[in-house]
Design a protein around this ligand. Structure first.
Ligand SMILES: Cc1cc2nc3c(=O)[nH]c(=O)nc-3n(C[C@H](O)[C@H](O)[C@H](O)COP(=O)(O)OP(=O)(O)OC[C@H]3O[C@@H](n4cnc5c(N)ncnc54)[C@H](O)[C@@H]3O)c2cc1C
Length: 385
């Protein structure tokens, strides 16, 4: 196992100081290793996640070589030539487990933002103290965007949040963590080959969730109540102005509708499986309130906005992969983790084999199936098999 940094590198280096998992502790499970502390319903801090993964590395005896940055993988004979900063390897098979979120996505028009406005991505953001005083525009209202908008607003800054397509979820539903419902009802177990629009499922933004001791819901209504101003999707930056899409009401209705449908699925599951008595009564939530008149543009030269935080998602980085298996959008071509080149496999990508594939608790079943395939092929290829 080659790791360019240390074990749990992404958690050590690529998260902000106040970060907590949005999945509850009881859900943090890896093969033979699960959270066994006093607070199963809590959410791990960065230090706790790092310790959890380090614990798994030690317990599993995984042969990790840290500080081994893979700079090239290319086809060589019936296998691959792997180049790292510290040397070369030849191998029959390669499993790409380099993560789905290596680089923050920033729209190209970020280059047109006036120099007087500072720009940050979630990888560079550590906490509010690092930002100049004054207004912040947070672009993107998925898990990262809503969490950073709330933290920056609490620091006393005026915050404007630019909202595109998003996934609204309450933190708890009928008295239980909403992710308990995702798990128990089997929604998270839905397989990639059962999903109608897999491309869309793989591009779905992360849900608007935050892990706090109070299990607070951090949806757009909660942010509005905190004084965050909502605007539409950032469509362009032109002549020093940020231009936002209209139609915020439609965007909100769609997210509300999808949430209702998901809650209906949970209710139906509880009814059909005789679990209604275990949970509180079904709940429905107030629709997302749209601002009376959402601003359609913001002058970025006027001093109102001092910082832009791009919470516009993440993408994998395959700059080191010298095998033609990456499409024009930078996505790996694979079928359930079996990559389009003999002996090449992938793990840890969105909906790789199930809806929960990119979460910590999603890896075990995916890894078993992908490794079964790998072992089957390796065995079939042996002259004595
Ligand atoms: C902001 C954010 C919040 C998240 N919150 C949660 C959450 O609450 N719960 C949850 O379950 N999941 C969460 N996730 C998803 C989380 O990323 C995955 O659960 C988990 O980290 C995936 O593990 P992984 O090993 O596949 O990828 P990563 O954790 O990304 O690990 C990939 C590793 O590969 C290394 N690497 C990459 N390229 C190279 C190279 N060329 N050479 C050598 N090494 C390389 C990296 O250094 C890294 O250590 C979150 C993700 C993000 C971005």
């Amino acid at each position: 196992m080659l790791e360019r940094g240390q074990v749990a590198n992404s958690w050590r280096r690529e998260r902000w100081d106040s970060f907590r998992l949005l999945t509850p502790n009881w859900q943090s499970r890896l093969p033979g290793h699960r959270y066994d502390g006093p607070d199963p319903d809590g959410y791990m801090t960065m230090a706790e996640v790092t310790a959890f993964i380090e614990g798994f590395a030690a317990r599993s005896g995984a042969p990790v070589r840290t500080g081994a940055d893979v700079t090239s993988v290319r086809r060589a004979g019936d296998g691959y030539q792997v180049t790292t900063g510290g040397g070369e390897f030849r191998c029959r098979t390669v499993v790409i487990a380099s993560g789905a979120c290596n680089v923050p996505v920033v729209p190209p028009f970020a280059g047109a933002v006036p120099a007087s406005v500072e720009q940050l991505t979630p990888f560079g953001y550590r906490g509010p103290a690092q930002l100049p005083d004054g207004g912040v525009l947070v672009v993107g209202a998925s898990a990262t965007g809503v969490q950073l908008a709330a933290e920056l607003r609490r620091s006393g800054r005026p915050v404007t949040l630019s909202v595109g397509e998003h996934v609204r979820l309450p933190r708890t539903y009928r008295g239980r963590d909403v992710l308990w419902w995702m798990d128990a009802s089997g929604v998270w177990d839905q397989r990639y080959d059962e999903i109608d629009d897999l491309t869309r499922a793989r591009r779905l933004p992360s849900p608007q969730l935050i892990g706090t001791a109070e299990r607070t819901t951090l949806d757009l209504n909660a942010l509005t109540a905190m004084g965050v101003e909502l605007v539409g999707r950032l469509a362009a930056v032109r002549d020093g102005r940020a231009l936002f899409s209209g139609g915020l009401r439609n965007v909100f209705s769609l997210a509300d509708l999808k949430m209702e449908r998901l809650l209906d699925t949970f209710d139906a599951w509880a009814r059909e499986h005789g679990r209604d008595d275990e949970a509180g009564p079904p709940e429905r939530f107030a629709p997302t309130r749209a601002p009376e008149r959402a601003r359609l543009q913001l002058d970025l030269r006027g001093g109102e906005i001092r910082t832009i935080v791009w919470a516009t998602g993440f993408r994998p980085d395959y700059g080191w992969l010298d095998v033609p298996v990456v499409d024009e959008k930078g996505r790996l071509r694979h079928e359930g983790g079996v990559v389009d080149s003999p002996g090449l496999y992938a793990l840890g990508l969105p909906v790789l084999r199930r809806r929960r594939s990119t979460f910590i608790h999603g890896i075990e079943s995916d890894a078993r199936e992908v490794i079964d395939h790998l072992a089957g092929v390796a065995l079939a290829g042996r002259p004595d098999a």
